[in-house]
Design a binder for this molecule. Structure first.
Ligand code: 26V
Length: 820
């Protein structure tokens, strides 16, 4: 009833009108950014009709809804994706063409919405896309950071972080919803007051500071189904009337504090995903968006229902890692202190409503808040957690009498800390890992005690990605070719890709497929020429590693291997060698020294090798600046080889691996995370697997590591590249520049063992796997077959499948349908 069919002339008129009304200009006079704004507003007009229609269905049918709570939503650009999902991309492209406007150029005017660090935040974005596409009612709940993930500049080979002022020209797709603003309170004290009427203690927070949380709604458009869900992100403002009050009372300091809190709290995304730091502001961010989101959720529920004891029948809350775990205590607080439920009733509701996803086993990333900080900032929430902990410890003792080790290992409050993962597991009705191997490691290693006590909570949900963004939008040539051969069903049912399998025996089809890869490589080569000033040969093997920079992801292994190849070519210029372009893209957390040193090393190696005429361009090394969702789409489309070389057991899942597979790049990787399942789907003969298994790694770790010096002294090639870190080869004679990297490989650091990530241990196996890659690539048709089979076998790795599993096993949502 709301939705209009796309009508080209109307659309063109609307764009012209928008430019006139917004800027008092004609199309010819408007800047690129102004055209982007005008086009986006015209697109938003269509979206709003569907959004209202979806809202109407939700009102009428009152379906069970998931609230996906996440500190991060790495959305990337919206315009192109919205057009794709409205199935209006080609029509809009045509309409704009007729106006002399290039849609690609318009898309390039949009800043990425980079409200996330990496895998965890991008997963949340893919999940929202799938929820709408599958027709499930959902809200994403998060923070509207004024500054997103920093922009990375490379200066003199070093990473420099530049603030990401993504909102400076305004976000045409968001809507501010003042009417849903909520107050969030911090600090102060809790007064206990006995109420003789109800015969209960009331807990009253006093002398607190508060901020006003204001939601901005962003539409999440489903593919071709008129469903539009909402990503609700919260901005903060000072509560000015209170300010005046305080001012009048002479409490000027408090008033200014509140003003500052509001300014600070949503200022910036923590650009760090490698270690937990216990920063007070981050805890404030967490409570801020959790409290605001839960207040709205409860208010929305109560509009239709008067018994909050049945909340879980209509609402489920998924906590994306432990960052939103305050939801457990905040829900208890609202149910008890606001709704008047007894503890047991509130606990029953809470533990049927919240569920938890774990995304890492890296011990240094686990959130543990110091109790003093926590209880000062969130006094009532802390009381509630104390009571949850008290009752849980009783349960442990009842189940394992005399086993104080269990209490010590499992308590929520211990060693002066609040252990957020323990709280999430104790309260959650579901605890899931993100790939089969990861979940097994959780069950049998990291979370063994919890698994033993409550096995029924544990389950696996292997991650997935959206083919709409990472193939249909990012790789239009391949998308069109696939549709030509098997129809367009794959867009919403990726298992259809298996229909491509017969083409692996069709020489003509394989040649077409290869030609598309070649054209995508040309597109990336142009990007590299423009941004790096480096000429790369599109006929060379594009060997790509793009992801956050982390020691466990082992970019260092990759670049050491490049150094090793370079040595070999220099030594044996006659050696047959298939030209390679090694492409890197990675941001390092601003304080992560070794990661930044690795970026500098990659750039230095690139400088030396790219400028050595004697090797005839056999190797090129490219570091792509500011790796992000928008340029990722170009990179995946152009990759020949997907580097997934984490130390086995460390990468919970990986999702880049799936995006490469979808675009026809075989995996060169370890048996880690979802690589295991990728190999299972595509067959080991269509991947290049090497290195220690997770069991072997865990076994070494349990016995204090291994001794890398045996390898260093016995493998001459290895010794040579390790020594080259400190002999000045890649540092203009400076022996200290990469000393720390050198040390990390061969020396122990306090409790940190030498070569903690088994780089030297896996080096030979990696080099040998790289040789298999070269061998395989020389047989062009054989390679095309492997690459095509990767596409044909990628069906499992769509987020549509993942979301359907969450719905079937955890959320049990109702399906909705929205008519045009
Ligand atoms: C951890 C921390 C630690 C404290 C500082 C701030 C911060 C921010 C984010 C994180 C989360 C790190 C966990 C993470 O991103 N895990 C990744 O999740 C992906 C989606 O499930 C998965 O594919 C990757 O393998 C996993 O590393």
């Amino acid at each position: 009833m709301y939705s209009k069919r796309f009508e080209k002339e109307t659309f063109k008129e609307e764009v012209r009108n928008n430019i006139k009304n917004l800027y008092r200009k004609t199309i010819e006079e408007a800047s690129g950014q102004q055209i982007f704004q005008a086009v986006s507003l015209a697109v938003k007009d269509t979206i709003i009709d569907n959004w209202l229609a979806t809202q109407e269905v939700m009102e009428k049918e009152d379906p069970k809804t998931v609230y996906y709570m996440s500190m991060e939503f790495l959305m990337g650009r919206a315009l192109g994706n919205n057009l794709i999902n409205l199935t209006a991309y080609n029509e809009v492209k045509e309409a704009l063409d007729e106006m002399g406007i290039d849609l690609n150029a318009v898309e390039d005017e949009e800043p990425d919405a980079a409200l996330g660090n990496g895998g965890l935040g991008r997963l949340a974005a893919c999940f929202l896309d799938s929820l709408s596409t599958l027709g499930y009612p959902a809200y994403g709940c998060g923070i509207r950071y004024r500054y997103g993930m920093f922009k990375q500049k490379i200066e003199n080979g070093y990473q420099v972080e530049v603030p990401d002022n993504w909102l400076k020209d305004g976000n045409p797709f968001e809507i501010r919803r003042d009417e849903y603003a909520k107050e969030v309170r911090f600090g102060g004290d809790v007064r206990i007051e006995y109420d003789p009427v109800t015969k209960r203690n009331n807990f009253i927070q006093e002398n607190y500071s508060s901020v006003r949380a204001i939601p901005y709604d962003i539409p999440i458009v489903g593919y071709g189904n008129h469903v539009v869900n909402t990503l609700r992100i919260w901005d903060a403002e000072a509560i000015t009337d209170f300010h005046l009050d305080a001012f009048n009372r002479g409490d000027y300091r408090h008033a200014v504090e509140q003003e500052n809190l509001a300014k600070m709290i949503v200022d910036v995304l923590y650009p760090c995903d490698d270690h937990y730091a216990g920063k007070e502001l981050r805890l404030k961010q967490q409570y801020f968006f959790i409290s605001a989101s839960l207040q709205t959720l409860l208010a929305r529920y109560k509009k239709k229902h008067d018994d909050v004891r049945k909340l879980y029948e209509k609402v489920t809350i998924q906590m994306n890692d432990t960052h939103p775990t305050l939801a457990v205590a905040e829900l208890m607080h609202l149910l008890i202190d606001q709704e008047g439920l007894e503890w047991d009733e509130a606990w029953d509701v809470t533990t049927k409503t919240v569920a938890y996803t774990n995304h890492t086993i890296m011990a240094e990333a686990l959130e543990k808040w110091p109790i003093d900080l926590f209880s000062r900032l969130l006094p009532r929430i802390y009381q509630i957690i104390q009571e949850i902990d008290r009752r849980f410890v009783l349960e442990i003792r009842a189940k394992y009498p005399g086993d104080e080790g269990k209490v010590k290992r499992m308590a929520i409050l211990r060693d002066g800390q609040v252990k957020m993962a323990h709280l999430a597991i104790v309260a959650g009705y579901s605890v899931n890992g993100v790939a089969r191997l990861h979940t097994e490691i959780l069950k049998h290693q990291e979370l063994r005690d919890f698994y033993e006590m409550m096995p029924q909570k544990f389950n696996n949900k292997t991650n997935g990605i959206t083919q709409r963004r990472f193939l249909l939008h990012g790789n239009p040539l391949l998308a069109e070719w696939i549709t030509k051969h098997i129809g367009s069903g794959w867009i919403t049912d990726l298992s259809e890709m298996s229909k491509l399998k017969p083409l692996a025996e069709d020489t003509k089809a394989l040649a077409e497929f290869q030609d598309i890869k070649y054209r995508n490589k040309l597109r990336l080569a142009e990007y590299i020429k423009k941004h790096n000033g480096i000429e790369v040969d599109p006929r060379s093997i594009f060997d790509v590693q793009v992801k956050r920079l982390h020691e466990y992801k082992r970019q260092l292994l990759n670049i050491l291997h490049v150094m090793y190849l370079y040595n070999k070519i220099k030594e044996h210029p006659e050696m047959y060698f298939y030209p390679r372009t090694f492409i890197f893209g990675a941001k390092a957390a601003a304080g992560y020294v070794r990661a930044k040193e690795t970026i500098k090393l990659i750039n230095s190696v690139a400088d030396v090798i790219n400028n050595d005429r004697s090797i005839n361009g056999k190797i090129k090394v490219v570091f792509i600046e500011d790796y992000r969702v928008s340029n990722a789409e170009l990179i995946f489309a152009a990759a020949d080889v997907s580097e997934q070389i984490s130390t086995a057991s460390k990468e919970a899942s990986g999702t880049g691996n799936m995006k490469f597979m979808l675009n026809g790049a075989p995996t060169l990787g370890t048996m880690d995370g979802a690589n295991v399942e990728i190999v299972e789907e595509v067959g080991i003969e269509n991947a290049f697997i090497f290195g220690l298994s997770s069991d072997e790694v865990i076994n070494f770790e349990n016995h204090g590591g291994y001794n890398p010096t045996d390898i260093y002294f016995n493998d001459w090639d290895v010794k040579r590249v390790v020594d080259q870190l400190v002999d000045g080869t890649y540092s203009n004679g400076n022996h200290e520049m990469y000393r720390d990297l050198y040390d990390s490989l061969v020396n122990t650091h306090g409790r940190e063992p030498a070569d903690r990530y088994f780089i030297l241990k896996d080096f030979r196996a990696y080099a040998e796997a790289q040789q298999r890659v070269e061998q395989a690539y020389r047989d062009q048709e054989g390679w095309a077959k492997k690459a095509l089979l990767n596409v044909a076998c990628c069906g499992k790795f769509t987020a549509d499948r993942t979301i359907q599993e969450y719905v079937d096993d955890i959320w049990h949502l109702d399906h909705i349908e929205v008519d045009a």
